[in-house]
Design a protein around this ligand. Sequence first.
Ligand code: SF4
Length: 323
Amino acid sequence: MPLLVVENLSISLFDEGHETQLVDRISYQVEQGETLAIVGESGSGKSLSSLSVMGLLAKELRVTSGRIMLDGEDLLSLSSEEMRQRRGRDLSMVFQEPMTSLNPVRTIGSQIMESIEENLGFSRSAARTRAIELLQEVGMADAERRLRQYPHHFSGGMRQRVMIAIALAANPKLIIADEPTTALDVTIQAQILELMTRLCREHGTALVLITHNLGIVARYAQRVTVMYGGRIVEAGRAVDLYHRPRHPYTEGLLRSVPRLDQDRTQPLRPIQGSPADPFMKITGCRFHPRCPYAAPVCRETKPAFEAGAACHFPLNQESRDAS
Ligand code: SF4
């Protein structure tokens, strides 16, 4: 049985009696110990769907349909207190900017130890020993001294290592990392992703990696789900999406980032136009205003999700070579 099952999940924004659908019946699964990447531009719904798994949606946002099952438990049926207990113990989240998650007036040690004491019931001294081990696991030298320091003593990359230590503290079943490296420079990004995926593998923890950069996740995730305009437009094994994208949006994402396996003299080609505005009514395929392959049917009929992609004219090897 998969660890996480998200099934037909829809999320809407309710504002002054007006409903705007932001996530449209998405489904995905994550196996124990697996890394799944959810990729898309801002506004695609990727972060909202993950916040709903954590039970952290803002009050004006509501799940309007679907199920979220974690290890056989229906998370949407839990009270907010029950969900609070699951967070940290069963589920953890790593955010883009650790400074907003860490308390600036408490030492790093007290913040890691709090999670261990609360979720695992360790004594103060056992929690301290475990916190030192965790800091060492995330590659922090002189961990005992670091424990007594405050967040502002750490660089951006080091703070993200602390966040990973906190996320792992209670041995959760699942970690959701939302753009965990976007605020970091490129060399540090690779180190942090490498570290996070390795530690999750070693701990048997499943990882959902949310990002806008398909190029970055290709080597860290086993499977990828691509979202556009609140829908899943493509899903499959990372290696397949990277080499043989079926949806034009996935192809566009890949063409807009540098790749080691392509001619470096070729210019990058960003996707034309702007991401779909959820407040604007777009009939048919939501990607059609930006799609180089759009045909009349694309403007009229919403494509079904079939054989890994939601497109009337999914790409294949031949059409890619000809394009
Ligand atoms: Fe492009 Fe049409 Fe496919 Fe949408 S359905 S991605 S517009 S080809």
